[in-house]
Design a protein around this ligand. Structure first.
Ligand code: KG4
Length: 338
């Protein structure tokens, strides 16, 4: 079964064709990074306009690369939540038009479900149940994946996502957008004990995350140093900050793994590309005897192959959308049962 995936939730316009949820036939990503760089972050209005300009080229290229026509496609899967509303609407409306004109069924896909599905492409043997740590720019979540379309939230961030904290830390240190990846690069040889930060904790809910205090703390560190005329060693500050974020992610994952029967741990989302997170999570997995899965680096960020993969599982579970499909800026991963 061949699914065409369409993704436009943030700053990548993407389309892909995936066979039976696991095999990529084509995967096209048009990134807007260069256009947003001068503003230091994604400008929603510009993102929507750029999606509108490129979406038909990107979808056509995905079909051409897969050497298929729209009539060869079994379903069109589109990201409809969560994300920037104007950006999501471009993909949703394009997919609705394509479905209406071709008669190919339309399947709505939750963005975080598709981040998880990037692992089905990378690891063809991976099947639920498993625990998943989803760490992206907008979300940080511990989810028990009981089935391909069956999720239970175990822990979530109470405020900012880990990616947001890393991006803001990078920006405050003068690193270009996208911050997280540049912070990772400059921190490779830094001393991760040089600076100390408060350990984030949510007292009443030990499996929940909180990154906003940490974000404020790194911003204050930089501003205080500037006011005193002191020099910040960015490599050390970056390494210390990443280390604190990663410790919080690992601590909660360890607690969450104690609540489930499975020893399979899956990571997903843009921050799962982080080198420190991968190294330290590998060590933790070894210590506990967990089997650990990451998406391949090229599938960690936003792409449409993961949308097509999750779309396949949503499609075979019977999910369909009609022309009333709308986009939603926020929605829980458990509620995406359009
Ligand atoms: O999953 P994603 O591409 O977009 C969302 O769906 O949110 O995640 C983007 C986030 C950004 O915060 C970006 O800075 C972060 O992932 N990121 C990284 C790395 N690569 C991307 N953060 C830390 N280290 C990286 N290597």
């Amino acid at each position: 079964m061949r699914i065409l995936g369409i993704e436009s939730s943030c700053d990548e316009t993407a389309a892909a064709v995936v066979e039976d949820g696991r095999k990529i036939l084509s995967n096209v990503v048009s990134t807007q990074i260069e256009k947003h760089k001068i503003f230091g972050g994604v400008v929603p209005e510009i993102a929507s306009r750029l999606h509108t300009e490129s979406i038909s080229y990107v979808v056509n290229e995905a079909l051409e690369k897969a050497q298929l026509k729209i009539s060869d496609i079994d379903a069109i899967a589109v990201t409809y939540t969560p994300g920037l509303i104007g950006a999501l609407l471009v993909g949703v409306n394009y997919a609705k038009g394509l479905s209406l004109s071709s008669g190919v069924p339309l399947v709505p896909v939750h963005h975080l479900r598709s981040h998880i599905a990037s692992n089905y492409i990378t690891h063809p043997e991976l099947e639920p149940p498993f625990m998943c740590l989803v760490v992206s720019g907008g979300n940080t979540l511990l989810v028990k994946v009981d089935g391909y379309t069956d999720f239970e939230i175990i822990g979530r961030t109470r405020d900012d996502a880990a990616g947001e904290a890393l991006d803001k830390a990078a920006r405050t240190m003068g690193l270009p957008y996208p911050g997280g990846v540049n912070l990772d690069k400059i921190s490779q040889n830094g001393d991760d004990k040089a600076y100390s930060f408060p350990k984030p904790r949510v007292d009443a809910s030990p499996l929940d995350f909180s990154f906003s205090g940490l974000k404020t703390s790194v911003i204050n560190t930089v501003h205080n140093a500037e006011q005193k005329g002191e020099t910040i060693i960015r490599e050390n500050l970056g390494a210390s900050f990443i280390n604190t974020v990663v410790t919080s992610l690992i601590d909660n994952t360890e607690k969450a793994m104690q609540t489930v029967d499975t020893n399979k741990l899956v990571l997903a989302g843009g921050v799962s590309a982080n080198s420190v997170l991968r190294r330290r999570m590998d060590e933790t997995a070894k210590k506990h005897g967990w089997r650990i899965y990451y998406p391949e680096l090229s599938l960690c960020g936003d792409n449409a192959a993961m949308v097509a993969s999750q779309g396949y599982y949503e499609f075979i579970s019977g999910k369909r959308a009609d022309m009333s499909l709308n986009a939603y800026a926020t929605m829980n991963i458990t509620e995406a049962n359009y």
